[in-house]
Design a protein. Sequence first.
Length: 332
Amino acid sequence: MDTRVIKLKNRPKGRPEISDFEFDKTEVCSLQDGELLLKTRYVSVDPYLRGRMSDAPSYIPPFEVGKPIESGIIAEVIESKNKDFSKGDFVSGTLDWKESQVAKADGLHKVDPEKAPLSAYLGILGMTGLTAYLGLTEIGKPKEGETLLVSGAAGAVGSVVGQIGKILGLRVVGIAGTDEKIEMLKSEFGFDAGINYKTTENMTKAIAEACPDGVDVYFDNVGGEISEAALFNINKFSRTINCGAISVYNNTEIPKSISVQPFLVKKSSLMQGFIVFDYADKHPEGIRQLTQWLNEGKLKYTETIREGFDNIPKAFLELFDGKNKGKMIVKI
Ligand SMILES: NC(=O)c1ccc[n+]([C@@H]2O[C@H](COP(=O)([O-])OP(=O)(O)OC[C@H]3O[C@@H](n4cnc5c(N)ncnc54)[C@H](OP(=O)(O)O)[C@@H]3O)[C@@H](O)[C@H]2O)c1
């Protein structure tokens, strides 16, 4: 049996293009003991995949040119030679961008469509929800009454960070790229204020106005100039969580930026990067807490769902244009 596959064609220089992806066909291997035949149902596209398209050393190996791209996927078990999985189960894991594939069961775990919609296991109850919860609580150590500033606030991670901030009793200000997103942050997710960075000339001043008591916790999803403006507004003993830096992922040269050290020294401030897998031992606790808040109606989520296998690369590229609200997912 043949299946369609999407491979990395070229390592992009700067912003990736559709031509950096190759649409091909490949044979589905025959099923061996312990393995599963899977049909892809939902595919997660994420900004970090841009890093894997380059060959620069990172925390995760790069994709190989001419080989399938992989990401978080929800798949249906079509046939099983593994006693722990049955036909009709749904699994979540890192899988190839293929319509059908045979996979070992290691690293895959069952997800229950009765407990939450399947796509939620790629977002709020998956990697991005955990990133929001663990980054904010483990590094941000938020305290009631403090001010939390979130960049990339209308995306998968940012929209959850802001809501958790509200649950924990903080004043929350979000930065995003359209007025519609800012309105959504305030009316649907309970943010106290928002700044559209695309229509704001002086971000330092706008942050100061939106955060009159300064910034105690800055959850940074974007890096670059927005985060420089945040630095001018940090409080004594503030904490900056370096979650991501999407504004510079497509840069071809190391960007020139201001020195952060004097800001951190003057304010006795902490800045720390992290990868969600650093806290793997806390993932079960994170999922329990996120599920509880969801069931209590304290946490909401939104998704942007694109349809069709052929649209996976396009949906990924759209992240860099801010076309998504909440988690970007492709339904197959
Ligand atoms: N450390 C970790 O373990 C970890 C885990 C997951 C994600 N991340 C990082 O967290 C960040 C958010 O990830 P996500 O999955 O939640 O993605 P996302 O926020 O759902 O999608 C990306 C968003 O980034 C914004 N954006 C794009 N280009 C930008 C630019 N030049 N300047 C400012 N904003 C820009 C867009 O929104 P606008 O319309 O607002 O521009 C877009 O919607 C990414 O940097 C990602 O790499 C880190």
